[in-house]
Design a protein around this ligand. Sequence first.
Ligand code: 1CP
Length: 362
Amino acid sequence: MSVVPAESTAASRRQLLDSPFLAALAGKRPSRRPVWFMRQAGRSLPEYRALRAGRDMLETCLDPELVCEITLQPVRRHSVDAAILFSDIVVPLKTSGVGVVIKPGVGPVIDAPVRTRADIDALPSPSPEGLEPVGEAVGSLIAELGQTPLIGFAGAPFTLASYLVEGGPSKHHATTKALMAAEPETFAALLEKLADFTISFLKVQLAAGVDAVQVFDSWVGALTLADYRRHVLPHTQRVFAEISEFGVPGIHFGVNTGHLLGAMAESGARVIGADWRTPLTEAAKAVGPGFGLQGNLDPALLLAPRPALEAETRRVLAEADAALALGASGHVFNLGHGVLPETDPGALTAVVDLVHNQPVGE
Ligand code: 1CP
């Protein structure tokens, strides 16, 4: 597959006029309340565990047939209003030659952590050619999904930087924050370079036809607002600016970002995801009128008995209605972060049914 220029695909991009998910993103009234789940594809599904058994995570992400099948599994099972491409935020690093593996039960682990100017200069440039299997998978999925939209995604520069600097998953992101404070120019050079990876990964998916994109800055909530504005936001703004030519709606999400939501709304994304700690009404006030909101059921509630889960789902829907009354342009029901592996998939299906059966808010 060759990487198709944006102009030709923008014209030929499919129009899913009846999609509740795309209507909500566009600030139009959806025919029903749209719902999907972060990490809807994954270990909560026995059919996923069966397919992944004995297979390496990143190799799976580069096998178009497996990517298609895994992406479709939750759509078939739960009737969610959107599919999200099965991949990972470190895939564009891997395909460009960065030494990274995804360790089962751990997450991405980097061979040689990146901590100095010389380490940054030694990073490869993004190679869209290595991402051809991802573009191929997107193309097949568009054909298979019919009227269900496909969400593409990438990791935002800060969250990618955290993995590279720390060398793997981290609780406090201390080495990353120390580098940011001690050597702001070095840190800026790293984020500049990682933004190129984010952009390249998104462009491959957009050129192949994804209907929306979500940029995950999962760990950016570890920063103060001042540090976010100074060291992170300009790079995220460049990401959204460089993909704007595709005319595809963008969602931006991070965990623990209650204090950052107003600034995240300056990123160029029109829809902001909130984690479960921030009520959607507070999120609506923080981002200001005219932005869509996504979220924000606590994923832990999926492990609770059904009556408690249903009560919390209804509470989130009521918060969403109040957020719409405050000027939010739309609401997409989701979790406040990813599905936990131990989740009973029946609980997810029950939430979808409940959300779909509630009348659409104003
Ligand atoms: O063994 C397994 O099944 C691996 C678990 C797994 C899965 C299913 C990983 C390792 N990645 C994925 C897929 C994945 N990663 C998706 C699939 C699409 C879907 O949502 O259904 C997505 C969107 C991601 C994106 C991703 N990877 C993020 C951003 C979203 C988030 O959860 O905040 C992050 C931070 C990663 C890194 C990563 N990859 C895998 C894990 C376990 C982690 C997190 C590790 C950590 O705690 O730092």
